[in-house]
Design a protein around this ligand. Structure first.
Ligand code: ADP
Ligand code: MG
Ligand code: MG
Length: 934
């Protein structure tokens, strides 16, 4: 493909793909080349749906355009002419023909859907002459001028750059329309007559001239190329760039351009336009879900200027079209085996399909739809798993409002309004009225609700920064609703009783005035908007699994969650553990499906009740005796912690790391606390101060920490080992299995490990003897500095397991201190120096390579070496996939990410199966697939 592609960049490159008359040159598979819109227009044409004819210019033209100083390949003009000729022939009309003009739309469409981010121009081909032709042919002057004013408006905005200047400004064209309506004393666009619209066209044209210093072009071919250039140009507009960054869409993909015969939903009351989903995208319910407007053109529905009607209402206006749409709905679902999002237009009772794509949905809906489709035998459970992004599970775990508190608020008259439940979940925050403010306030740490008359693609960053989104206009498929669902934001849309005034930054509702900065709460599951701040409470899943306050039989969301999890467990190879150092955290993780503890940080325990005193005593001790005396006090306390954890984990493996942070972290640094400490310890203030100073390090991350502490103060390791094993003995005697794994941190040299290992094993021996009980245990190490990874074969001679500490390994491999990286790492990611924050997703080329070396070298001496990861990356889906690929045995992550890791691990296994299935069967089995003794 690649080779072919680059060869084709030459003369015989096919840049243009025709669709129409029941046949298309493209297919749904060709999204890379034709963009999602173009590929699906082709597919719909091929499966016999009514699609107005047109053609698609490929994404390669876009790439060419940007590689060649915004110019086109030579052959393009000719190809466009040929394709346009085919469309003209099929429509029996001609672009620019004054008697029978063809009108087209020029539509953007990238490989990945970027709703509303790029530009589209409708009704192209109209000018002062062709508009007369249109009038003559339709006998409808009002309609013709409505098309013309829409065209001049869009062209003036998109191609000639007449847009609002300031964020509080209204669109200059809309201002003229508003003015006109006021003059005429009407409320809706549809109430303006032909003369009004004709006058608006003239006003628009002179506004454009004034702004651009150029006339609005009359020649349709000039119009066409102007529009094409603008659509390609919109690939690089700020909002498209911001959107791509947010969704990891590479700039190199480019957009396609679709040129398509216009059909008209604005021809009168027997015409209309709408959008629909084959199932409810908010709840996932299996109902046809959509909205339409009669006598309107596409953008009117999406932009939310008039509030559309639910699709069921179409039964009153045009039952035949509704029936046809119902058939198309099931045909599409059977064909695509997924929920589709469609755009349609009815022109004088005739239905046309203008777009279809896989429908974006909330996490709730994604899960319900996937489960339902498995039950309907439309897809396999494997396919269901492939369709749910692991991070979507986050939404299921999100809090909801405390029902009682909400009920009280409503009873107390705090219910301000009810809009559409466009993005489920609960959010409270301060009201802000524009996206820039939302971003700014959120940066300061404020929780905000972005409140707009309607949102537009420019608002995307502010929407991302807000807790929730509230709009006064627009339906369930409006921009706000669509984007909110995709982002997993709480959203209430179309709340028409809100009177929002941007300039005074207030909203009036039911006689109340809410000002910028005041608290409101929105419930995206019911559409309620409540004054003030409501407390939230745990999700259904949490109530069932963690709090155990809800009967699973009464929790449908939980049931679907459980089903997905059980399917995931069917396919995943990786085990999932958790990072926890308290019994209750461990219990939560087990409820979420954890199969062990991958990292128990003992230092967190030292901050627990009664422990910091003896800990400090130990650190401040001058002599070995004093230190041992302090450790003796710590021993029973630590033992108790471990006992609790072993009990909860009930035989599952528990990896416990010996002390890791530099000791000064346990001491106070201000004079007042130091004096207090001195008093408690019976020491002089000077002595304490001097000890703290002596522990000061210039670079603690690379200082006296990790196993270095245990090597210099072996008695610390000894105490910790004793606490672990005595706890193990106690629990074992109670009849529960235990599986402690003692993990030595920050090992770079095998001799560090053997030094510590010897202590641990000696303690284990004596505890078993003293207690008269035997238990299994392992001694292993963290691989978190490059030397450890590079000498993994030496280390594996002694270590029984490796756990990749990818936080430190990333710091030490990149030479970046995570705590100091804020200033440059985000800009680095923006400049694409690193494609993602390497502390979030494993840097495969660097850190990942070291991991691979360690895996290979480690297993070369010990084929059954147990391998895991315990850095933050262990709960991040792409990193989980990487861990699967390199053959680790488990990943470990924080308790609430356990379900995400389970799903990510299953998806990685399925992806692996698929690629193995595709490649030759003679391939060598992966190392982890070979039978191992353990
Ligand atoms: P986006 O990618 O932002 O959704 P589209 O290219 O789908 O933009 O165009 C926006 C709207 O314009 C659509 O909702 C569609 O209804 C309308 N539209 C586009 N092309 C045509 C056409 N050929 N005839 C009638 N309406 C069209
Ligand atoms: Mg569209
Ligand atoms: Mg570490």
């Amino acid at each position: 493909m690649n080779k072919k592609r680059s060869n084709l960049m030459g003369k015989n490159q096919k840049y243009v793909y025709f669709f129409g008359n029941g046949k298309a040159e493209g297919t749904a598979e060709m999204k890379g080349l034709l963009g999602g819109k173009g590929a699906n227009l082709a597919e719909m044409t091929n499966i016999g749906l009514p699609v107005p004819p047109g053609f698609t210019m490929t994404t390669e033209v876009c790439t060419y355009y940007y590689d060649h100083g915004r110019s086109y390949p030579r052959s393009l003009r000719k190809d466009v002419k040929t394709a346009l000729g085919k469309v003209e022939k099929s429509m029996k009309a001609k672009l620019g023909d004054s008697a029978n003009p063809l009108l087209v739309s020029v539509r953007s469409g990238a490989r990945a859907s970027m709703p509303g981010m790029m530009d589209t121009i409708l009704n192209l081909g109209l000018n002062d002459e062709t508009v007369k032709g249109l009038i003559a042919r339709t006998n409808n002057e009002r309609f013709a001028y409505d098309c013309y004013r829409r065209f001049v408006q869009m062209y003036g905005d998109v191609v000639m750059g007449l847009k609002p200047v300031h964020k509080d400004d209204i669109d200059p064209f809309e201002a003229l329309i508003e003015e006109k309506k006021k003059q005429k004393g009407v409320y809706l666009d549809t109430e303006l007559n032909a003369d009004d619209l004709k006058d608006l066209v003239a006003q628009f044209k002179s506004a454009i001239k004034k702004h651009a210093g150029k006339e609005f072009p009359q020649n349709p071919m000039d119009q066409l190329w102007g529009a094409i250039g603008a659509v390609f140009g919109s690939w690089m507009n700020d909002r498209a760039i911001a959107y791509r960054r947010m969704y990891d869409i590479p700039g190199s993909w480019g957009t396609a351009v679709n040129i398509q015969t216009m059909v008209f939903g604005n021809m009168g009351e027997d015409s209309g336009t709408g959008v629909a989903f084959t199932r409810d995208p908010a709840t996932g319910e299996n109902v046809f879900y959509g909205e339409f407007l009669m006598n309107a053109q596409g953008e009117d529905v999406v932009a939310g200027i008039r509030t559309p009607l639910p699709i069921s209402e179409l039964s009153k206006r045009d039952p035949a079209s509704l029936k046809q749409l119902g058939n198309i709905r099931s045909k599409l679902e059977k064909h695509y085996k997924d929920v589709m999002d469609i755009e349609f237009t009815i022109q004088q009772g005739r239905l046309y399909m203008l777009q279809c794509r896989v429908g974006k949905r909330t996490a709730f809906a994604a899960i319900k739809i996937a489960v339902d489709m498995v039950l309907e035998k439309l897809i396999s459970n494997k396919e269901a798993l492939r369709r749910i992004e692991p991070d979507q599970l986050n939404q299921l775990l999100r809090p909801i409002f405390d029902p009682e508190q909400k009920a009280n608020a409503v009873r107390g008259g705090k219910l301000l309004a009810k809009g559409l439940n466009a993005g489920p979940g609960a959010a409270s925050g301060r009201v802000v009225f524009n996206a820039a403010d939302a971003e700014e306030w959120a940066k300061r740490g404020e929780r905000v609700i972005l409140t707009r008359i309607e949102t537009s693609p420019e608002d995307i960053k502010g929407m991302d920064a807000a807790e929730g989104i509230l709009t006064a206009r627009g339906g369930m498929t409006s921009h706000a609703a669509l984007v909110a669902r995709q982002m997993g934001k709480v959203c209430v849309a179309g709340c028409s009783v809100l009177e929002i005034d941007y300039s005074s930054r207030t909203m009036r509702v039911n006689g109340k005035v809410i000002r910028e900065g005041e608290w409101i709460s929105i419930d995206g599951s019911t559409g309620e908007v409540v004054e003030g701040k409501l407390e939230t409470r745990p999700s259904e899943v949490q109530q069932v699994l963690i709090d155990r306050t809800l009967d699973p039989k009464k929790a449908p969301v939980y049931q679907e969650f459980a089903r997905i999890m059980s399917w995931a467990d069917e396919y995943r190879r990786l085990k999932i553990r958790t990072n926890a150092d308290q019994p209750d955290q461990s219990a939560n993780a087990v409820a979420f499906g954890a199969e062990g503890i991958g990292l128990c940080r003992t230092e967190h325990m030292f901050f627990g009740e009664g422990k910091i005193g003896p800990m400090r005593e130990m650190i401040l001790a001058d002599t070995l005796e004093d230190r041992k005396a302090a450790l003796k006090k710590l021993l029973p306390l630590q033992r108790k912690d471990f006992e609790g954890i072993f009990e909860v984990m009930d035989g599952m493996p528990v990896t416990i790391r010996t002390i890791d942070p530099p000791l000064h972290e346990f001491l106070p640094h201000d004079e007042k606390s130091q004096r207090a400490l001195a008093g408690e310890m019976g020491l002089s203030y000077e002595k304490v101060k001097q000890r703290v100073e002596s522990l000061h390090e210039f670079n603690p991350m690379l200082g006296f920490r990790g196993c270095r502490l245990g090597v210099i103060f072996p008695e610390i390791t000894e105490m910790q080992a004793r606490a672990i094993f005595e706890a193990a003995a106690i629990v074992k005697k109670k009849g529960k299995e235990v599986e402690p794994e003692v993990m030595i941190p920050l090992v770079g040299n095998i001799l560090e490990l053997t030094h510590q290992e010897k202590i641990v094993r000696e303690v284990a021996q004596s505890v078993m003897k003293e207690q008269g009980v035997k238990f299994k245990y392992l001694v292993g190490t963290m691989i978190e500095i490059p030397r450890g990874a590079l000498t993994a074969d030496q280390i594996a001679a002694s270590a029984e397991f490796f756990s990749f500490g990818t936080n430190d390994l990333t710091q030490t491999t990149l030479g970046v201190s995570r705590d100091d990286a804020g200033k440059f790492l985000i800009p680095y990611v923006e400049k694409e120096i690193y494609s993602k924050d390497p502390f979030e997703a494993i840097d495969r080329a660097g850190v990942g390579e070291l991991m691979k070396i360690a895996v290979r070298k480690g297993r070369s001496v010990k084929p059954d070496l147990k391998l895991g990861i315990c850095g933050e990356h262990g709960g991040e889906p792409s990193s989980v996939e990487f861990c699967h690929e390199i053959g680790l045995d488990y990943v470990s992550c924080s308790p609430f990410r356990v379900p995400i890791a389970r799903l990510a691990a299953a998806r990685a296994a399925l992806k692996d199966q698929r690629s193995k299935g595709k490649s030759s069967s003679g391939r060598k089995t992966a190392p982890w697939k070979r039978k191992r003794s353990r």
